[in-house]
Design a protein around this ligand. Sequence first.
Ligand code: HEM
Length: 391
Amino acid sequence: MNPDLGSASFKADPYPFYARLRRESPAHRMRVAFWLDAWLVTRYDDVAALLKDTEHFSNDVRSKLWFVPRRLRLDDHLLAADPPDHMRLRTLVSKAFTPRAVELLEGRTQRACDALLDAAAVRGRLDVVNEFALRLPLTIIAELLAIPEGDRLPFYGWTKRVAAGASGAPIHFLRAVPALWQGVGYLRRLVARRRREPGDDLVSALIRAEEAGDRLSEREVLGMIALLLLAGFETTMSLISLSTLALVQHPEQRRRFQAEPELTACALEELLRYTSALDVGFLRRAREDVTIAGVTIPRGATALPMVGSANRDEAHFESPDTLDLGRTPNRHLAFGIGPHVCLGAPLARMEGRIALTTLFRRFPNLRLADTPARWRRSLFFRSLARLDVLL
Ligand code: HEM
């Protein structure tokens, strides 16, 4: 009954398993990775309630990370913070991601998108993941943080290995330690350099930050930068590449996407729901015994909000496994809900819209190459490692 939730083959199609859990065991206890025993919460209403419930659940799960040496932990971040600390941290960065701030990034995003696709047009083929979907959001978030161009791709190599390391068996973690070491070391040097030579970027702003007389600690600065960087490209990369795959696999929906520009905003929400780039939400630790779907989750145990499952819950969405770009209403949980709702949602929507509309407008005949799509090992993300298309 219990598959390896982080494996590439599971991520390729987790939905039959999720459907079975929603039916038979909606709060299901299982060993998720070598370091994590958790209750998987899979029904839409329960996932939404869990995501909102800061009274009975805490996001401070540092005690679960016993296997990571303290120097390598970047666990003082927004997602791991509870109220009222959480609000203090969120206020410090929220200005950078308001719809207004994101609007100002549109021109830059379109130019970066055009440049990537110009290069692809010359080649006539494209690895959608590594040559496009990764690079666009990585460019934008790295520019916000003023991370030099040459340092960006190595960072992706590290996060890919660390994401794989957090899933499955101890061997996966051990393999990821050098990458974790390199990534954390890089961020520490970046912060030290910005301390000496501040600029007008987000890292310098965080270092300077004093909100209500409250400076961020060194660990909080590091945690915040790591989270923004990781959340800023990993999930959007998946949204763009998984949506490309979904559209190519559903010719009728793809025709609508290409022929009806007024449908774009609605279509994007459906692609967010259908792809669920963040398949598993952040860990929630029960502050006391809590009952979900008739099951008692004991104090101290971990519950996992299974966002990908909630987005396919038949009790909430008609024909949930059907991609329907005109779906309304569409109250998906792809960005979460409640106090931790995705801070970068306006940015992700803007990047996703520009990437997908430009890709399918410029290459209306885009089709899959012979090489099959490859999936990635990761517990939390649902991601492709590679997706080759002919333009
Ligand atoms: C398609 C793209 C994205 C998806 C599907 C996504 C999804 C999510 C979800 C589900 C959560 C809530 C997790 C939970 O409560 O357990 C979240 C939180 C967060 N996301 Fe995103 N995200 C995306 C893009 C971005 C981008 C571009 C950024 C920009 C930097 C970002 C920054 C964050 C941050 C900082 C949080 C934590 C907020 C808090 O704890 O208050 N995300 N995201």
